[in-house]
Design a protein around this ligand. Sequence first.
Ligand code: MRU
Length: 378
Amino acid sequence: MKGLHFMRMITETYDAVIFDTIAVAENGWAIDILDQTFLPHDHVIKRLTKATEGGEAISAMRVRGAPLIGVTAAYTMALAMKENAGDKNLRCAAEILRNSRPTAVNLAWAVDQMLKLLLPLEPSVRCKAAYQRANEMAGKDIATNLAIGEHGLTILEKIKKKKKEECEPINVLTHCNAGALATVGWGTATAPIYLAHRRGINLHVWVDETRPRNQGASLTAWELSRNKVPHTVISDNVGGHLMQNGKVDVCITGSDRTTLNGDVANKIGTYLKALAAHDNGIPFFVALPSSTIDCKITDGVKDIPIEKRQSEEVAWISGKTESGKMERVCIVPEGTPVENYAFDVTPAKFITGLITERGITEASYAGLTALFPEYKRQ
Ligand code: MRU
């Protein structure tokens, strides 16, 4: 299998930051995912054997993060083809997946790639072709993130040079989890961090807890600690204070959808961090694979669909009690109306630069199309 072989090669070469977020099982067709709803307390691998289970894993956020959602959708379409490779089933699986999480454009990107590949093929060869393409996407995700890491590393190296003391750490602030867990390996925002750490650059990461689902506190902190990267979890309101007091050198976040003029949709709260960074003259970078670029839209605030999720995610919090039992507790008065917007849009004017697999560029149409001329408007 080309994709898996490629992944192994990269893993061996770089001792990659991979947590087996997704892999084809030993039986050669089922899909094993790391069920992220159990992290950080339990490490549970869930086996997907039906397309409906793949769809559920995405919508219930057992797998999450834009790149990983895309790869999971591709494998889910392979599962659908194993069940029934007819046109009707193919189109139906594509439609269900496309609507399961609306903001991350990688989902639609992966589904469209699979449809384009599979529709012209005879049903008898679709299943094999689908697995092959999904494996390729998984392998490519690792290589893409590594390239993002190498480019982003240059930013951290420049900051290090400006430090007065050699041992003074670089303080990076990140929001949500744009880490290895959000991808097949390395992460996007975390890739430069992991590379810098491995190359002996002293750094420390401020991890926004990221309410309501706490992906920062439970996922980013988990993977940074597994990789021995110094970090501290802060509540979502702390970043501005740290920035005012010189305790943040740079912010790096991920993206769920990037418009051609450089606006970025990312986890709710990203916009407020960008505003605080702007006010304090702190560089604010977004690390993104080109699969998050949506060429069809230019105005992010107006045009990017913002996912709204169940109010329970805000009203209830789950965690481990002192006795080690998982519990859910309600934190609002009974019957209180609650809104749960999952993403917001950071306008390009607040973004210092976009770190992509092809290099770092200005968050603008000119910047993006200089690196990706294939996206130029005709
Ligand atoms: O709701 P989630 O957990 O899927 O949100 C994830 C994010 O917002 C990430 O920052 C984004 O997907 C980029 S992942 C490399």
